[in-house]
Design a protein around this ligand. Structure first.
Ligand code: FAD
Ligand code: UDP
Length: 377
């Protein structure tokens, strides 16, 4: 069923109730469109979903989600649906038996090597160990050309091989470029203008977004089970793009994770929100939610992340051959006038939450413009 919705039908069928789907549902409902949003999971929020565990600690079942953005438009938009708790994320890396700040900064280098450099001496130090490359192409190039091979080996090589199952030399520069290097003592993981967590959690924020008489929510439902008998006019698809097309050109690689959640009988487990383990153990990092959410509780819950090739699709894998394969699917997607692909999985982009919100808001604008009658200003 596609064109001409029946009186009982929906204008939009939205597949996926994560950020991409929820923002579009909210925007479309606000202009009078009737929306059905379906998710095959038993909850809304996509990977940003949070809930209270058995001990009563607010956890992120799909790994720690820290909101940060430089976009006032995105922050203002989400502020309609939640109050915020200011939070600046800090990360330590376990290297050579020490816990040192990550991203690499002045304190990291001084602590690691037992030095007492100042910022300009650190700049000279980086320049002396950096290995210049003609063109920064890979995730190895980005780091080695800035801080040299020893810091690269200690902080990036092992972590990246664990996280992606690939050597940094096999990944686009954009992956490790997410984590900068600093000569200052700024030990925040992010430097964005807006850094805050939804005061009552992500799920409450999603509930507020979807709380509209024009929006119906259907959980535990694969869209393929209903798309042919519930009438709709246009589909917004936010799942993996290759799955939409039945993997007709082969599977796009998405990296997955296994999460091991633990609740501990103590108020605090570690000094900061996340500790990274670039070189030891099968897991990449351990995050303690109470740092991130600000919750007071006499127990604490933590999550260990174990990267895997199989499982729910979490990360697109940025490398040239995957971009080529994605392009073939994207070309087919372009041909479909009644389906729009949005979000991290459907556009195969390693996007943060704020980038997905921005992409969804831009998509809404485009859909609105396409609907406006020709010649009308
Ligand atoms: P998703 O949230 O994946 O939503 C897609 C939804 O579609 C899913 O709920 C899925 O069940 C549903 N779906 C798929 N196929 C079907 C189908 N056939 N039928 C019905 N439903 C279907 N971003 C940050 O900004 N800060 C962070 O700290 C951060 N940490 C992260 C940590 C981890 C471990 C991961 C994996 C991601 C993290 N992100 C973070 C990224 C963030 O999760 C994404 O940017 C965002 O959630 C993507 O939203 P989305 O709507 O595109 O996709
Ligand atoms: N990275 C690393 N060592 C670290 C942190 C990050 O090598 O201590 C690399 C790794 O390849 C990782 C990428 O940088 O996948 C991006 O890190 P980020 O913390 O942004 O990952 P995410 O939170 O998206 O999983």
């Amino acid at each position: 069923m596609t064109e001409a919705s029946s009186p009982q039908g929906f204008d939009y069928l939205i597949v996926g109730a994560g950020f991409a789907g929820a923002v579009l549902a909210e925007r479309l409902a606000s202009v009078g469109q009737r929306v059905l949003i379906v998710d095959k999971r038993p909850h809304i929020g996509g990977n940003a979903y949070d809930r209270y565990d058995d001990a009563g600690v607010l956890i992120h079942p799909y790994g720690p989600h820290i909101f940060h953005t430089n976009s006032k438009a995105v922050f203002d938009y989400l502020s309609q649906f939640t109050q915020w708790r200011p939070y600046q994320h800090r990360v330590l890396a376990s290297v050579d038996g020490q816990l040192v700040p990550m991203p690499i900064n002045l304190d990291t280098v001084n602590q690691l090597y037992g030095l007492s450099l100042n910022a300009s001496q650190l700049e000279d130090y980086f320049a002396s160990v950096a290995e210049p490359v003609e063109q920064v192409r890979t995730s190895e190039d980005v780091v080695v050309s800035k801080v040299g091979r020893d810091l690269y080996n200690k902080f990036f090589r092992g972590y990246t091989r664990k996280q992606w199952g690939l050597d940094p030399s096999e990944l686009d520069a954009s992956v490790t470029a997410r984590v900068p290097t600093r000569t200052s003592r700024d030990n925040r993981y992010f430097q964005d203008t807006y850094q805050a967590m939804p005061l009552h959690g992500y799920t409450r924020m999603f509930e507020a977004m979807l709380n509209h008489p024009n929006i119906s929510v259907m959980l535990n439902t694969d869209y393929r089970a209903i798309e042919t008998f519930i009438p709709w006019r246009h589909m917004i698809y936010t799942g993996p793009i290759d799955a939409y097309f039945g993997h007709r050109y082969g599977r796009l690689p998405y990296r997955s994770l296994e999460f091991e959640h633990r609740t501990l009988p103590q108020a605090q487990f570690q000094a900061v929100g996340t500790v990274n383990f670039p070189n030891d153990y099968a897991y990449t990092r351990v995050s303690e939610f109470k740092h991130i959410t600000g919750q007071q509780h006499d127990q604490t819950s933590v999550v260990y992340e174990y990267p895997t090739a199989e499982g729910d699709p979490y990360y697109p894998v940025p490398r040239p051959e995957n971009a080529e394969l994605y392009k073939r699917y994207a070309a087919d997607a372009e041909q479909l006038t009644n389906v729009t692909f949005v979000g991290r999985l459907a556009t195969y982009r390693y996007y943060n939450m704020d980038q997905v919100v921005a992409q969804a808001l831009a998509t809404f604008q485009r859909l609105q413009e396409a609907q406006a009658p020709a010649g009308v200003e």
